[in-house]
Write a protein that binds this ligand. Sequence first.
Ligand code: FAE
Length: 520
Amino acid sequence: MLGAAAVLGRAVPAAAAPPPAPIASGSHVPALIIGSGYGGSVAALRLAQAGIDVHIIEMGQAWDTPGSDGKIFANTKSPDVRSFWLRTKTKQPVSSFLGFPIDKDVPKYTGILDAEDFSGITVYQGRGVGGGSLVNGGMAVTPPRARFGGVLPSVDANEMYDTYYPRARAGLGVTDIDQSWWETADCYKYARVGRKHAQRSNFDHVFVSNVYDFDYMKAEQAGTVPKSALDAEVIYGNNAGKKSLQKTYLPAAKATNRVAISPLHKVTSVTPRAAGGYTISIEQLNTAGDVVATKTVSADRVFFAAGSVGTSKLLVKLKATGALPNLNNEVGKGWGDNGNVMCGRANHMWDPTGSVQSSIPTTGIDNWAAGGAFAEVAPLPTGIETYASLYLSITNTPNRAEFSYNASTGGVDLSWQKAWKQTSIDMAKTIFNKINSKEGTIYRTDLFGGTKQWQDGLTYHPLGGAVLNKATDNYGRLHGYSGLYVMDGSLIPGNTSVNPFVTITALAERNIENIITTGL
Ligand code: FAE
């Protein structure tokens, strides 16, 4: 396989100087990208390599400056002001421990993890330069090829598996754990317990790739480097080890000298200009979330890469308010939660899961074909022995919701219904009821508030809302306008059957190549 540097290498010589940042009101840019997650980063790099100057507008922070503790990112064991996007109280996915609520008050701040509430579901998303790559578990999973037709039916599977998945994996720096090390590492005792229980119930147990630097993790365990995965860092950022987009696509894009990024800038409107191209309205935020300036810029082309929720909200509002009336009626539709549900199991005292758990998951239980569930064996890195096994399941839920503009609030609503998660719970139970019955164990009831057995109120994997070949053509060009594109997870209709970011990256690689080669 090609190394990341070779894959990300430059096609044209670097420009003499990068475009100025932050963006100035009144300026004109050839290509404006909304959002710096996977779709946005891929688009920025490939456009720049094709010789086009790019400006990325990102509502979150740059995340390049240490706080008073000398660290850029907070720890999951002690969330602080940096952890949540404009909330006054944390909203942790595992919200209680031993039955006691663990959320706490925090000052309102443009923190890294957005727990965005819609009626019926909380959607967790990364905020900052690097998008979801800042907060995610790094699980870099390519869906089994047999399932791909169900994920993106209009896309040629051969070209994805021969060209774009390998390109995405190389660009993201995807690696596999040294399994002989994993077999003895204290920090993966929880995963070995997970495997034992899965295999005793005859489930397929699989290793999954990751973007974490496992050599760094070995050094963490040896005590020779500062700990990150082994010190419970993950959903509020990793201070080391994880190859987020800040370490892969984004520096490669910046090295072309054709890419500028404006953090703490939020796009609020895109409208066609009489002279051609688009006018973009932008709010500049301070770290309390207040608008400190409004800017108006123009661009020849606009790439929506604000994530499934961000892009869908913008497009639905722009269509409904008459800014982009020619968008078609598919905009806002086909949204799904990748079937996410979480549960914990209470192990026997002879099955400890370890007081030090790597926050980076490496394994899963695949019961997709028989039961519609793929469960990630997740850590619960509390620092003490909990005898708990935690799982995040991805399930084959058929439920799809729709975004709609709410004229009375000026916001965008999502039609998700909480009861829809029952289908996902039932699919996940095809794994965990069987394991519990085989092991003589029960579900934990102390992790998700009250006595809930299932965390059924969230997703980490929002997908859809501007579905490929429906709201856009088969390469992400929005119907109704030329020069407007969608590049992110909103193109994928609700489910990837595994963790989504490799598919989002590979699809973005495919689409931007077609957009560039067929003429911008
Ligand atoms: P995304 O990465 O969300 O980037 C969108 C960017 O746009 C963000 O930086 C926003 O701040 C920005 N933005 C939004 N609205 C605006 C606006 N109006 N103006 C300017 N900027 C804006 O989108 N996936 C995996 O495959 N493996 C995992 O292990 C995994 N773990 C996860 C753990 C957690 C806690 C979470 C929250 C997610 C996890 N995911 C995982 C999901 C993954 O991070 C997600 O699918 C991708 O990040 C989505 O990529 P996009 O490019 O669609």
